[in-house]
Design a protein around this ligand. Structure first.
Ligand SMILES: *Cc1c(COP(=O)(O)O)cnc(C)c1O
Length: 411
């Protein structure tokens, strides 16, 4: 094929920039979570996964798997088409009611992924406001940036979690201009948390609408697992809450919750909602089961936070440079792309521990890291095993210790 060279060149560019991604071939084991079988070079070995976004292990929860199995047997494997063509399946109706209730909003709308929900919702909401100005946090996720881009609206970026900068921009825009403030509640690479109450206060004072991505918080925070806004008692102040069903809820899909007119407008105008096949009933049923379970049970959340605290304490005591935050993310500083990949490889090959390297463009160059996400299933023995493994890797590769990292961070 005469066009092949273009693709080869594109891949070479990625390799030259050390950005070429290699996916580990992993077979998750529901019965032995967080263990998985790693397939490589014709062999297969058990590894402990330490970087899953199935934060609570809900993907293997008997109630969730049972709901999926039962719904698949009852309704079949697929949705049968878009909701326009096939109607809305019974489990999706139930799921949307569950999600609206979770966030204390009158309505919710489910999408095939969180990524699509941000693209569809942000572009449609901003696009329906006359001459809207979008104020976007500098650290917002790719899916939000794509939604902003697609809206065609003017965008101004405020410094990450900087409410003074946000206020400046709100004030400069003036009271007449339609304004949409777009931000996340919990940023997944640093694990830092947005001052949601301060942001919604400002938005109210300057008559702006707010849109908050709670993807890394739903299921995990708040008395019923609705996220950081619920935990902070400001859920009612956020106009639109976006979440995923694929992380804390362990399945697949995304959603928004908010005012009925807003939700109905997105349902009616967003091509990435209208022209794609709906979530399969079995996925919707499984997601509903996860949401329902975590509304009633705080046990997973409590154990999760305890394991996270234990992991951070153990690593810090071993001189491993944990990047400080107040969340369930345990980022460990490496500061170099090559070294980060080498550390990840050594953990996997020598220690049977899987932690994917996080390099540019996911994080800024010079802040490359391992992103560790303990679950309620990472017990004391596993935490001790992880600590020893990291100690060995840090020594072997001469990686920055906690004290060297503190010096770098202070610069
Ligand atoms: C993962 C992620 C998404 C996308 O959610 P999916 O359900 O995985 O498509 C959206 N926002 C943020 C901040 C994310 O990290």
């Amino acid at each position: 094929m005469r066009y092949r060279q273009f693709f080869d060149d594109a891949l070479t560019r990625l390799r030259d920039e050390r950005r070429y991604r290699v996916f580990a071939h992993l077979e998750r084991d529901a019965a032995r979570f967080p263990l998985a079988t790693w397939h490589h070079d014709g062999g297969a070995v058990d590894v402990t996964v330490w970087c899953s976004n199935d934060y609570l292990g809900m993907g293997r929860h008997p109630a969730v798997v049972g709901a999926m199995r039962e719904a698949a047997a009852r309704y079949g494997a697929g949705a049968g088409g878009t909701r326009n063509i096939s109607g809305t399946s019974h489990p999706v109706v139930g799921l949307e009611a569950e999600l609206a209730d979770l966030h204390g909003k009158p309505a919710a709308l489910a999408f095939t992924s969180g990524w699509i929900s941000n693209l569809a919702a942000i572009s449609t909401i901003a696009g329906l406001l006359p001459d809207a100005l979008i104020l976007s946090d500098a650290a917002n996720h790719n899916s939000m940036i794509e939604g902003i881009r697609r809206s065609g609206c003017e965008k101004q970026v405020f410094r990450h979690n900087d409410t003074e900068h946000l206020e400046e921009l709100l004030r400069a825009a003036g009271p007449e201009r339609a304004k949409l403030v777009v931000f996340e509640s919990l940023y997944s690479m640093d694990g830092d948390i947005a001052p949601i109450g301060r942001i919604t206060d400002l938005a109210r004072r300057h008559d702006a609408m707010t849109y908050c991505d709670e993807v890394h918080a739903v299921g995990l925070y708040g008395p019923r697992g609705a996220g950081i806004a619920e935990r902070d008692g400001v859920m009612a102040e956020v106009d639109v809450i976006e979440g995923t069903l694929a992380k804390g809820f362990g399945t697949l899909g995304g959603y928004i919750a908010g005012d009925t007119a807003v939700i109905d407008a997105v349902r009616s105008y967003a091509p990435s909602f209208i022209f794609t096949t709906a979530l399969p009933p079995a996925v919707a049923a499984a997601a509903s089961a996860a949401v329902r379970h975590l509304k009633a049970s705080g046990e997973e959340r409590a154990r999760h936070q305890a394991r996270v605290a234990d992991t951070k304490a153990a690593l810090l005591a071993a001189g491993i440079p944990v990047m400080a935050n107040r969340s369930h993310i345990v980022p460990v500083f490496v500061g170099d792309a090559e070294a980060c990949k080498a550390a990840s490889d050594r953990l996997l090959e020598r220690h049977r521990i899987y932690i994917q390297p996080i390099n540019y463009p996911t994080v800024a160059r010079g802040t490359e890291r391992l992103r560790i996400t303990p679950t309620p299933f990472h017990d004391a023995a596993r935490i001790a095993e992880l600590t020893e493994a990291l100690r060995e890797v840090w020594r072997a590769l001469d990686l920055p210790t906690a004290s060297r990292y503190a010096a770098i961070a202070a610069e």
